[in-house]
Design a protein around this ligand. Structure first.
Ligand SMILES: C[S@@+](CC[C@H](N)C(=O)[O-])C[C@H]1O[C@@H](n2cnc3c(N)ncnc32)[C@H](O)[C@@H]1O
Length: 232
């Protein structure tokens, strides 16, 4: 997928992730400059897990996010549509079952989970609002839907520095560390193209979610949105 191509067609996105699977987690740590562990910790906290809760980790990739949720005591199902990412997760012994699934058409019955989360995945989905509706459908009433995603830094001078980092430094680093520099051009473009915190909050409300809240992490580089599934 090239830099200008932000169509996010499912086949192209899955193929792109197949191509970066081996280096994905390493590149993630480098690109996030050591912040990714803290972002995951906050994501897990916001799921409010009770021991044994069934949790869907959507767009689970290699299962690194799923493993963090499992460590909090949940029974996790890791779903993704990139065979390459899931195979890499299995190879490394991720302690969760993987299920092949498109976020826009989930192969799960209504009310199957206590919570569903998508971290660093919704931005890549062709129709993100469809994915939010599907997450709401498969979570039981009173359960949680969480999105952890790159967002818009709130302090303008910092935002400018960050945009420069995304467009210049990150692709240069990716050329050294990752298997596909194009994928990191796409990463930068897709972050800059993504709706800000308030717009995503609006999508949660449109999906029928209640008590919608968000918090900024690392000055808004990442935002953590959470909503509750209403009684049906
Ligand atoms: C950046 S990785 C995130 C992996 C993991 N959640 C994490 O936090 O490290 C994004 C994942 O989203 C998956 N993805 C993108 N669109 C998807 C869709 N429509 N359905 C299922 N998975 C999707 C990709 O295959 C990729 O594995």
């Amino acid at each position: 997928m090239s830099r200008a191509d932000l169509e996010k067609q499912p086949y192209d996105v899955a193929t792109m992730f197949d191509g970066i699977a081996r280096r994905y987690d390493l590149m993630n740590d480098v690109a996030a400059m050591g912040q990714v562990g803290m972002w995951r910790e906050k994501m897990v906290e916001s799921l409010d897990i009770a021991a044994g809760d069934q949790v869907l980790d959507l767009a689970a990739g290699t299962g690194t996010s799923s493993a963090a949720i499992a460590r909090a005591g949940a029974q996790v199902v890791a779903a993704d549509f990139s065979l390459g990412m899931m195979t890499e997760g299995r190879r490394r012994g991720a302690p969760v079952p993987f299920v092949g699934a498109d976020a826009q058409h989930l192969p799960f019955a209504d009310d199957s989970f206590e919570a569903a989360v998508i971290s660093f995945g919704l931005r890549n989905v062709h129709e993100p609002r469809l994915a939010l509706a599907e997450m709401s459908r498969v979570v039981r009433p009173g359960g949680r839907v969480v999105v952890c995603e790159f967002s818009t830094p709130t302090w303008r001078p910092f935002r400018t520095v960050y945009e420069n980092y995304l467009l210049r430094a990150l692709p240069a680093v990716a050329r050294r560390v990752a298997t596909s520099a194009d994928a990191y051009d796409y990463l930068a473009e897709s972050i800059l193209d993504w709706p800000d915190q308030e717009a995503l909050r609006g999508w949660f409300a449109q999906a029928g979610l209640e008590q919608v809240k968000y918090r900024n992490l690392s000055g808004g580089i990442v935002a953590l949105h959470r909503g509750v599934v209403p009684a049906r």
